[in-house]
Ligand binder design. Sequence first.
Ligand SMILES: *Cc1c(COP(=O)(O)O)cnc(C)c1O
Length: 484
Amino acid sequence: MRYISTRGNSPAKSFTEILLAGLAPDGGLYLPEAYPRVSRSELDQWRALSYPALAFKVLEKFIDDIPAADLRALIERTYTPAVYQNSRPGDDSAEITPLRWLEPGLALLELSNGPTLAFKDMAMQLLGNLFEYALEKTGQELNILGATSGDTGSSAEYAMRGKRGIRVFMLSPAGKMSRFQTAQMFSLADPNIYNIAVEGVFDDCQDIVKSVSNDHAFKAAYRIGTVNSINWARVAAQIVYYFKGYFAATGGAGGSNEQEVSFSVPSGNFGNICAGHIARMMGLPIRQLILATNENNVLDEFFRTGVYRPRSNAETRQTSSPSMDISKASNFERFVFDLVGRDAATVRDLWAGIESGAPSGAAFDLSGGAHFPHIRDYGFVSGTSNHADRLATIRKVWAQYGIMVDTHTADGIKVGLELREPGIPLVCLETALPAKFDETIRAALGREPERPAGLMGIEQLPQRFVVMAADAPAIKRYIEERCR
Ligand SMILES: *Cc1c(COP(=O)(O)O)cnc(C)c1O
């Protein structure tokens, strides 16, 4: 399996060659040269598999330069009940990503039972093990530098803690994360994790990461890498749970592959739903991919109108589903590449317009072209949810089913219920647990969110972090000193 760039001007590479890479050298994103197909008989055989066994079957189609026995061992070490033990109180299933029926035809796929209570753990945990494996092979080290407003940083730290050859330097805005998120990150005692609380806002943190990444000499000398959402392995790892959700929603081991299923996906950077698109391209009988945005509705606008207009930071609103407060969907280029018939020259032109910001503002409009009329062939439909919708949905799901959902999942359920079709089961992806968003849960339900037993009292643990000014040279010196 070779990987090519969506912009067509980078050499094709193998999986392990792009494992530690972000963007391709030409500025594009990596995708498989062709999507592997899954046959009906494979689907029949895969139904009865455990999550790790299924993950191996799916991922071996994308990863052919790691010996199969090693890949299997890495996956088995990743998806264990011990790692995915943070289920809802009272829900002690040892299954990875259990499916919970709310009523006939409507289910929740629980993706948030990992260490940081968000679905990002599904991919990030595998990434940690893949990185460690690849670095060990080459004897190299990697220093991950990131900026977080909460979710991504903690997911990365829990995936990389204690890993040989890896250090994590994570910048967060001092005093701006929730108490729970702060405690989650800062209570980690692993010596390879460095929490840097920056005196500033999230954008200051991100600017520092950009400035360090643009210093190519420093980046090379200190082997600086990232774990951002464009990393291909992160997308690949997420393809698996669509298969898992499909099988669980269609009768499990004894079910059949005739029934189509729709998925609703709370979306920001388009990573999660991009994995669903790929699962569908592989032949999984997915009917609709229902994309839900919050008030930052860049993607909903595109799927309704054909116009893609990324917003500026100033136009990005802070909402009660903060992990979807995204104004440029970094994985979206992968889908557009497929939509325009994998024509890299078209993708280059579209993004040249976006990146130059001219002439009509940074946007492109596919509505008049040959491709956009076929968008429904890819299963995509979309909708937007807002703060009031979120509160109403959290209340409704609690009252009707006795299940507490988080704000992002609520956005997905709201849009999913609006757009689903009769006779097609709808699986709503649960992207976080409510314990992370206590303020909104209190506003919606007048009570505290449930918290998994293992995380009681986390705010009382000792915290390890340094406070630094928003000063890139000082942060570079801090990294240098830790790498000696
Ligand atoms: C990251 C995140 C999302 C958005 O997922 P994308 O892959 O960026 O589209 C949704 N919900 C939660 C809770 C998240 O952490």
